[in-house]
Design a protein around this ligand. Structure first.
Ligand SMILES: [Zn+2]
Length: 141
């Protein structure tokens, strides 16, 4: 794993991990009482208020639910960017940026996969990285 990727993972905290093959995986919380999955990770279940939650590694791939191109945002973000909701198989809807994509080619329900991307820069001009999703290319698995 590259030093930059490791740094990005540290920035994203407990919410992101990688498989041994380098695939980026989000980590949510699973409720031990009602089995609801949540992302980002939480200490309390939003469904039943249980505190019996444990980490769950979410699928790397999901389906694009909706998106919007953002042209105006606070200083620091790379503009324009694509803000989207992605549905993961664990029944979790994740808010994230879509990167490396032409908005005109996006389609509802298309497969997207998690990766680490540079989304902007902080006050000192250093790149800010976090998780994002990118369309799965045909022939890519
Ligand atoms: Zn619950």
């Amino acid at each position: 794993m590259s030093e930059e990727l490791q740094e990005a993972l540290n920035l994203a905290g407990d919410a992101v991990t990688t498989d041994s093959d380098g695939a980026v995986r989000l980590v949510g919380s699973e409720c031990g009482d009602c089995q609801k999955n949540v992302f980002p990770p939480s200490d309390v279940c939003p469904e039943c208020m249980s505190e019996n939650l444990s980490p769950i590694k979410l699928s790397a791939e999901g389906k694009l639910y909706s998106w919007s191109v953002v042209h105006a945002a606070p200083k620091g973000w790379n503009l324009p960017f694509i803000a989207a909701y992605v549905d993961l198989p664990e029944d979790v809807r994740v808010f994230a940026h879509i990167v490396d994509a032409d908005p005109d080619t996006l389609e509802m329900e298309m497969s997207v996969k998690a990766q680490i991307a540079t989304l902007g820069s902080d006050e000192s001009g250093a790149p800010f990285e976090s998780f994002a999703f990118t369309p799965v290319q045909k022939g890519d698995s």
